[in-house]
Ligand binder design. Structure first.
Ligand code: NAD
Ligand code: ZN
Length: 346
Protein backbone atom coordinates (compact mmCIF):
# COMPACT_ATOMS: atom_id res chain seq x y z
CA UNK A 1 0.00 0.00 0.00
CA UNK A 2 1.02 3.65 -0.30
CA UNK A 3 1.91 5.77 2.74
CA UNK A 4 3.05 9.36 3.16
CA UNK A 5 6.06 9.19 5.43
CA UNK A 6 8.32 11.64 7.18
CA UNK A 7 11.59 9.74 6.63
CA UNK A 8 14.54 11.90 7.56
CA UNK A 9 14.94 14.95 9.80
CA UNK A 10 14.26 18.18 7.96
CA UNK A 11 13.33 16.51 4.67
CA UNK A 12 9.92 16.83 2.97
CA UNK A 13 7.56 13.86 3.46
CA UNK A 14 7.44 11.26 0.65
CA UNK A 15 4.90 8.81 -0.71
CA UNK A 16 6.39 5.30 -0.45
CA UNK A 17 5.22 1.68 -0.81
CA UNK A 18 4.98 -0.17 2.51
CA UNK A 19 3.50 -3.49 3.50
CA UNK A 20 -0.22 -3.42 4.27
CA UNK A 21 -0.54 -4.02 8.03
CA UNK A 22 -2.76 -6.75 9.47
CA UNK A 23 -4.77 -6.09 12.60
CA UNK A 24 -3.68 -7.92 15.75
CA UNK A 25 -6.09 -9.15 18.45
CA UNK A 26 -8.56 -6.39 19.35
CA UNK A 27 -7.37 -4.13 16.53
CA UNK A 28 -9.17 -2.76 13.47
CA UNK A 29 -7.82 -2.18 9.96
CA UNK A 30 -9.35 0.86 8.26
CA UNK A 31 -9.35 1.57 4.55
CA UNK A 32 -8.70 5.31 4.67
CA UNK A 33 -11.34 7.58 3.14
CA UNK A 34 -9.77 10.92 4.19
CA UNK A 35 -6.89 12.24 6.31
CA UNK A 36 -6.32 15.85 7.37
CA UNK A 37 -3.11 17.91 7.39
CA UNK A 38 -2.42 19.82 10.61
CA UNK A 39 0.08 22.55 11.40
CA UNK A 40 1.33 20.31 14.23
CA UNK A 41 2.81 18.05 11.50
CA UNK A 42 4.76 21.06 10.21
CA UNK A 43 5.91 21.73 13.77
CA UNK A 44 7.08 18.11 14.24
CA UNK A 45 8.88 18.02 10.90
CA UNK A 46 10.64 21.26 11.83
CA UNK A 47 12.13 19.90 15.06
CA UNK A 48 15.85 19.14 15.31
CA UNK A 49 16.74 15.43 15.61
CA UNK A 50 17.21 15.31 19.39
CA UNK A 51 13.78 16.88 20.06
CA UNK A 52 11.95 14.95 17.34
CA UNK A 53 13.33 11.57 18.43
CA UNK A 54 12.03 12.27 21.94
CA UNK A 55 8.51 12.32 20.44
CA UNK A 56 8.53 10.05 17.42
CA UNK A 57 10.40 7.52 15.37
CA UNK A 58 11.49 7.52 11.72
CA UNK A 59 10.15 6.76 9.24
CA UNK A 60 6.68 7.83 10.39
CA UNK A 61 3.42 7.68 8.44
CA UNK A 62 1.73 11.05 8.95
CA UNK A 63 -1.95 11.81 9.51
CA UNK A 64 -3.49 12.27 12.96
CA UNK A 65 -6.92 13.18 11.52
CA UNK A 66 -8.44 10.11 9.90
CA UNK A 67 -11.76 8.74 8.66
CA UNK A 68 -12.08 5.29 7.07
CA UNK A 69 -14.10 2.20 6.37
CA UNK A 70 -13.61 -0.90 8.53
CA UNK A 71 -11.73 -3.32 6.24
CA UNK A 72 -10.62 -6.12 8.55
CA UNK A 73 -11.03 -7.07 12.23
CA UNK A 74 -8.31 -8.57 14.40
CA UNK A 75 -8.99 -11.72 16.42
CA UNK A 76 -11.75 -11.15 18.98
CA UNK A 77 -12.55 -7.61 17.84
CA UNK A 78 -16.26 -6.84 18.20
CA UNK A 79 -18.42 -3.71 18.16
CA UNK A 80 -17.89 -2.62 14.54
CA UNK A 81 -18.51 -4.45 11.27
CA UNK A 82 -16.69 -4.60 7.95
CA UNK A 83 -17.91 -1.67 5.84
CA UNK A 84 -18.71 0.72 8.74
CA UNK A 85 -17.61 4.33 8.15
CA UNK A 86 -15.82 5.61 11.25
CA UNK A 87 -13.84 8.60 12.53
CA UNK A 88 -10.68 7.95 14.56
CA UNK A 89 -10.21 9.35 18.07
CA UNK A 90 -6.47 10.09 18.01
CA UNK A 91 -5.13 10.88 21.51
CA UNK A 92 -4.93 7.27 22.63
CA UNK A 93 -4.52 6.54 26.35
CA UNK A 94 -4.15 3.37 28.41
CA UNK A 95 -7.94 3.01 28.62
CA UNK A 96 -7.83 1.69 32.18
CA UNK A 97 -7.04 4.60 34.51
CA UNK A 98 -9.53 7.06 36.04
CA UNK A 99 -8.59 9.75 33.51
CA UNK A 100 -9.28 7.44 30.56
CA UNK A 101 -12.46 6.15 32.22
CA UNK A 102 -13.72 9.75 32.16
CA UNK A 103 -13.01 9.83 28.42
CA UNK A 104 -10.02 12.15 28.83
CA UNK A 105 -7.54 9.83 27.13
CA UNK A 106 -5.83 12.98 25.83
CA UNK A 107 -4.60 13.49 29.40
CA UNK A 108 -3.82 9.84 30.24
CA UNK A 109 -0.92 10.05 32.71
CA UNK A 110 0.28 6.55 31.74
CA UNK A 111 0.31 6.73 27.92
CA UNK A 112 3.84 8.11 27.55
CA UNK A 113 5.32 5.64 30.05
CA UNK A 114 3.58 2.74 28.28
CA UNK A 115 4.83 3.90 24.88
CA UNK A 116 1.26 4.60 23.68
CA UNK A 117 1.45 7.28 20.99
CA UNK A 118 -1.22 8.78 18.70
CA UNK A 119 -1.51 7.68 15.08
CA UNK A 120 0.38 10.11 12.86
CA UNK A 121 2.40 11.37 15.85
CA UNK A 122 4.35 8.21 16.64
CA UNK A 123 2.13 5.31 15.54
CA UNK A 124 1.48 4.94 11.78
CA UNK A 125 -1.19 7.50 10.81
CA UNK A 126 -3.93 7.95 8.27
CA UNK A 127 -2.00 9.32 5.27
CA UNK A 128 -2.00 5.88 3.69
CA UNK A 129 -4.30 3.45 1.96
CA UNK A 130 -4.85 1.61 5.26
CA UNK A 131 -4.18 2.18 8.97
CA UNK A 132 -4.46 0.21 12.19
CA UNK A 133 -6.59 1.47 15.07
CA UNK A 134 -5.61 -0.16 18.36
CA UNK A 135 -9.09 -0.49 19.88
CA UNK A 136 -12.74 0.00 18.84
CA UNK A 137 -13.18 2.52 21.64
CA UNK A 138 -11.10 4.86 19.47
CA UNK A 139 -13.71 4.79 16.68
CA UNK A 140 -16.88 6.84 16.30
CA UNK A 141 -19.42 5.66 13.67
CA UNK A 142 -20.24 8.45 11.18
CA UNK A 143 -22.63 6.66 8.82
CA UNK A 144 -23.87 8.99 6.08
CA UNK A 145 -21.36 11.79 6.74
CA UNK A 146 -18.96 12.97 4.02
CA UNK A 147 -15.43 11.74 4.88
CA UNK A 148 -13.46 14.70 3.45
CA UNK A 149 -15.79 17.26 5.04
CA UNK A 150 -15.76 15.44 8.38
CA UNK A 151 -12.19 14.29 8.92
CA UNK A 152 -10.84 17.58 10.34
CA UNK A 153 -13.48 17.44 13.06
CA UNK A 154 -11.28 14.78 14.72
CA UNK A 155 -8.57 17.35 15.55
CA UNK A 156 -9.25 20.87 14.22
CA UNK A 157 -12.82 20.47 15.49
CA UNK A 158 -12.14 18.44 18.62
CA UNK A 159 -9.23 20.58 19.85
CA UNK A 160 -11.21 23.79 19.35
CA UNK A 161 -14.30 22.29 21.00
CA UNK A 162 -12.30 21.06 24.02
CA UNK A 163 -10.61 24.46 24.40
CA UNK A 164 -13.92 26.34 24.20
CA UNK A 165 -16.03 24.03 26.36
CA UNK A 166 -13.82 24.64 29.39
CA UNK A 167 -14.42 28.41 29.07
CA UNK A 168 -18.23 28.43 29.08
CA UNK A 169 -18.27 29.99 32.56
CA UNK A 170 -16.82 33.16 31.01
CA UNK A 171 -18.59 33.07 27.63
CA UNK A 172 -21.74 34.78 28.96
CA UNK A 173 -24.09 37.26 27.27
CA UNK A 174 -22.16 40.47 26.67
CA UNK A 175 -18.80 38.69 26.70
CA UNK A 176 -16.11 38.83 24.00
CA UNK A 177 -14.03 35.91 22.72
CA UNK A 178 -10.91 36.49 20.63
CA UNK A 179 -9.56 33.84 18.25
CA UNK A 180 -5.95 34.54 17.23
CA UNK A 181 -5.12 32.50 14.11
CA UNK A 182 -8.06 31.79 11.80
CA UNK A 183 -6.56 28.74 10.10
CA UNK A 184 -7.64 25.09 10.18
CA UNK A 185 -8.46 25.17 13.89
CA UNK A 186 -9.37 28.85 14.13
CA UNK A 187 -12.10 28.94 11.49
CA UNK A 188 -13.79 26.00 13.23
CA UNK A 189 -13.32 27.64 16.66
CA UNK A 190 -15.17 30.73 15.40
CA UNK A 191 -18.12 28.54 14.36
CA UNK A 192 -18.20 26.56 17.62
CA UNK A 193 -18.23 29.84 19.57
CA UNK A 194 -21.10 31.12 17.42
CA UNK A 195 -23.04 27.86 17.69
CA UNK A 196 -22.64 27.40 21.43
CA UNK A 197 -22.20 30.81 23.08
CA UNK A 198 -23.66 34.31 22.97
CA UNK A 199 -20.15 35.86 22.98
CA UNK A 200 -19.08 38.46 20.45
CA UNK A 201 -16.35 36.78 18.39
CA UNK A 202 -13.27 38.65 17.17
CA UNK A 203 -10.86 36.86 14.80
CA UNK A 204 -7.28 38.05 14.35
CA UNK A 205 -4.95 36.84 11.59
CA UNK A 206 -2.03 38.08 9.49
CA UNK A 207 -3.64 36.92 6.26
CA UNK A 208 -6.46 38.86 4.62
CA UNK A 209 -7.72 35.62 3.03
CA UNK A 210 -8.04 33.96 6.47
CA UNK A 211 -9.81 37.03 7.86
CA UNK A 212 -12.30 36.86 5.00
CA UNK A 213 -12.92 33.19 5.80
CA UNK A 214 -13.37 34.02 9.51
CA UNK A 215 -15.95 36.70 8.66
CA UNK A 216 -17.72 34.36 6.25
CA UNK A 217 -18.06 31.66 8.94
CA UNK A 218 -19.44 34.04 11.54
CA UNK A 219 -16.82 36.22 13.26
CA UNK A 220 -18.48 39.51 14.30
CA UNK A 221 -15.21 41.42 13.87
CA UNK A 222 -11.94 40.62 12.10
CA UNK A 223 -8.64 42.36 12.77
CA UNK A 224 -5.20 42.22 11.17
CA UNK A 225 -2.53 40.82 13.49
CA UNK A 226 -0.06 43.57 14.34
CA UNK A 227 1.13 45.82 17.16
CA UNK A 228 -2.26 47.56 17.21
CA UNK A 229 -4.48 44.47 17.57
CA UNK A 230 -4.61 44.48 21.39
CA UNK A 231 -5.55 48.16 21.50
CA UNK A 232 -8.22 47.57 18.84
CA UNK A 233 -9.70 44.73 20.94
CA UNK A 234 -9.73 46.96 24.02
CA UNK A 235 -11.55 49.61 22.00
CA UNK A 236 -14.11 47.08 20.74
CA UNK A 237 -14.82 46.08 24.35
CA UNK A 238 -15.25 49.61 25.71
CA UNK A 239 -11.78 49.53 27.28
CA UNK A 240 -12.49 46.36 29.31
CA UNK A 241 -10.67 43.72 27.25
CA UNK A 242 -11.66 40.27 26.05
CA UNK A 243 -13.16 37.71 28.43
CA UNK A 244 -11.42 34.78 26.74
CA UNK A 245 -8.51 34.84 24.29
CA UNK A 246 -7.89 31.64 22.32
CA UNK A 247 -4.34 31.91 20.98
CA UNK A 248 -4.24 29.35 18.17
CA UNK A 249 -0.76 30.48 17.10
CA UNK A 250 1.15 30.51 20.39
CA UNK A 251 4.13 32.63 19.34
CA UNK A 252 5.74 35.23 21.58
CA UNK A 253 4.04 37.95 19.49
CA UNK A 254 0.54 36.47 19.81
CA UNK A 255 0.94 35.64 23.50
CA UNK A 256 1.94 39.25 24.11
CA UNK A 257 -1.21 40.29 22.25
CA UNK A 258 -3.27 37.89 24.38
CA UNK A 259 -1.81 39.27 27.60
CA UNK A 260 -2.44 42.85 26.46
CA UNK A 261 -6.05 42.33 25.38
CA UNK A 262 -7.42 39.93 28.03
CA UNK A 263 -9.63 41.46 30.70
CA UNK A 264 -9.14 41.36 34.43
CA UNK A 265 -10.44 37.96 35.65
CA UNK A 266 -10.45 36.67 32.07
CA UNK A 267 -8.76 33.68 30.49
CA UNK A 268 -5.95 33.01 28.03
CA UNK A 269 -6.16 29.64 26.32
CA UNK A 270 -2.96 28.67 24.52
CA UNK A 271 -3.83 26.20 21.77
CA UNK A 272 -1.08 26.98 19.23
CA UNK A 273 2.29 25.29 19.52
CA UNK A 274 4.18 28.30 18.21
CA UNK A 275 7.04 28.01 20.68
CA UNK A 276 6.23 31.22 22.58
CA UNK A 277 6.05 31.60 26.34
CA UNK A 278 3.61 33.69 28.38
CA UNK A 279 4.91 34.79 31.76
CA UNK A 280 1.91 34.31 34.05
CA UNK A 281 1.80 36.15 37.34
CA UNK A 282 1.46 39.55 38.95
CA UNK A 283 2.97 42.33 36.79
CA UNK A 284 2.52 40.13 33.69
CA UNK A 285 -1.10 39.02 33.33
CA UNK A 286 -4.04 41.10 34.66
CA UNK A 287 -5.44 40.23 38.11
CA UNK A 288 -7.43 37.01 38.17
CA UNK A 289 -6.43 35.81 34.70
CA UNK A 290 -6.16 32.05 34.24
CA UNK A 291 -3.93 30.47 31.60
CA UNK A 292 -4.48 26.99 30.13
CA UNK A 293 -2.74 24.83 27.54
CA UNK A 294 -5.44 22.37 26.40
CA UNK A 295 -4.34 19.37 24.36
CA UNK A 296 -6.64 17.77 21.71
CA UNK A 297 -9.92 16.59 23.34
CA UNK A 298 -11.85 13.83 25.09
CA UNK A 299 -13.72 10.86 23.62
CA UNK A 300 -17.14 12.20 24.61
CA UNK A 301 -16.26 15.59 23.14
CA UNK A 302 -15.44 13.94 19.79
CA UNK A 303 -18.93 12.43 19.69
CA UNK A 304 -20.40 15.86 20.56
CA UNK A 305 -18.43 17.90 18.03
CA UNK A 306 -19.16 15.33 15.29
CA UNK A 307 -22.86 15.86 16.12
CA UNK A 308 -22.41 19.62 15.67
CA UNK A 309 -20.98 18.93 12.20
CA UNK A 310 -23.63 16.35 11.31
CA UNK A 311 -26.36 18.84 12.27
CA UNK A 312 -24.78 21.52 10.06
CA UNK A 313 -23.89 23.91 12.90
CA UNK A 314 -20.20 23.86 11.95
CA UNK A 315 -18.62 23.23 8.56
CA UNK A 316 -14.96 22.78 7.73
CA UNK A 317 -13.67 24.65 4.67
CA UNK A 318 -11.76 21.92 2.83
CA UNK A 319 -9.31 21.73 -0.06
CA UNK A 320 -8.74 18.11 -1.14
CA UNK A 321 -5.57 16.49 -2.50
CA UNK A 322 -4.70 12.98 -3.68
CA UNK A 323 -2.13 11.03 -1.64
CA UNK A 324 0.45 11.66 -4.37
CA UNK A 325 -0.20 15.40 -4.05
CA UNK A 326 0.19 15.36 -0.24
CA UNK A 327 3.83 16.60 -0.22
CA UNK A 328 2.69 19.62 -2.25
CA UNK A 329 -0.20 20.19 0.17
CA UNK A 330 2.25 20.19 3.12
CA UNK A 331 4.46 22.71 1.31
CA UNK A 332 1.43 24.97 0.83
CA UNK A 333 0.36 24.58 4.48
CA UNK A 334 3.91 25.49 5.51
CA UNK A 335 3.69 28.64 3.37
CA UNK A 336 0.34 29.68 4.88
CA UNK A 337 -1.36 29.03 1.57
CA UNK A 338 -4.30 26.83 2.71
CA UNK A 339 -7.59 28.45 3.74
CA UNK A 340 -9.42 26.09 6.10
CA UNK A 341 -8.09 22.50 6.10
CA UNK A 342 -6.12 20.55 3.49
CA UNK A 343 -7.45 16.99 3.31
CA UNK A 344 -5.94 13.98 1.55
CA UNK A 345 -8.36 11.57 -0.12
CA UNK A 346 -6.20 8.53 -0.96
P1 NAD B 1 -2.96 26.64 10.19
O1 NAD B 1 -1.67 26.79 9.50
O2 NAD B 1 -4.12 26.04 9.45
O3 NAD B 1 -3.47 28.04 10.77
C1 NAD B 1 -2.63 28.92 11.45
C2 NAD B 1 -3.22 30.33 11.24
O4 NAD B 1 -2.50 31.23 12.07
C3 NAD B 1 -3.09 30.82 9.81
O5 NAD B 1 -4.33 31.32 9.38
C4 NAD B 1 -2.03 31.92 9.91
O6 NAD B 1 -2.21 32.95 8.96
C5 NAD B 1 -2.26 32.41 11.33
N1 NAD B 1 -1.13 33.11 11.94
C6 NAD B 1 0.19 32.78 11.88
N2 NAD B 1 0.92 33.69 12.57
C7 NAD B 1 0.03 34.59 13.07
C8 NAD B 1 0.15 35.76 13.89
N3 NAD B 1 1.34 36.19 14.32
N4 NAD B 1 -0.98 36.42 14.23
C9 NAD B 1 -2.20 35.99 13.81
N5 NAD B 1 -2.37 34.91 13.04
C10 NAD B 1 -1.27 34.22 12.67
O7 NAD B 1 -2.67 25.79 11.52
P2 NAD B 1 -3.65 24.83 12.36
O8 NAD B 1 -3.55 23.44 11.83
O9 NAD B 1 -4.96 25.48 12.51
O10 NAD B 1 -2.89 24.82 13.77
C11 NAD B 1 -2.82 26.00 14.55
C12 NAD B 1 -1.93 25.79 15.75
O11 NAD B 1 -2.56 24.90 16.66
C13 NAD B 1 -0.58 25.15 15.42
O12 NAD B 1 0.40 25.70 16.27
C14 NAD B 1 -0.80 23.70 15.76
O13 NAD B 1 0.39 23.01 16.03
C15 NAD B 1 -1.66 23.84 16.98
N6 NAD B 1 -2.46 22.68 17.36
C16 NAD B 1 -2.57 22.43 18.69
C17 NAD B 1 -3.34 21.39 19.14
C18 NAD B 1 -3.49 21.15 20.60
O14 NAD B 1 -3.88 20.04 20.97
N7 NAD B 1 -3.23 22.10 21.45
C19 NAD B 1 -4.01 20.56 18.21
C20 NAD B 1 -3.89 20.85 16.85
C21 NAD B 1 -3.13 21.94 16.45
ZN1 ZN C 1 -3.31 18.41 14.86
Amino acid sequence: MRALQYRSIGAAPEVVEVERPSPGPGEVLLSISAAGLCHSDIFLMGLPAEQYLGLGTLPMTLGHEAVGVVAELGAGTTGVSIGDLVAVYGPWGCGLCATCARGSENYCPHAAGLGIVPPGIGAPGGMADFMIVDDVRHLVPITGMDPAATVAITDAGLTSYHAIKAEFDLLLPGSTAVVIGAGGLGHVAVQILRAMSPATVVAVDMSQQKLELAAAVGAHHVLPSDQQSAAAIRELTGGVGADVVFDIVGSDATLTMARECVRVDGSVVIVGIGGGLLPAGFFSTPFGVRVRTPYWGTRDELVEVLALARDGLIRVEVETFSLDEAPKAYARLHDGDIAGRAVVVP
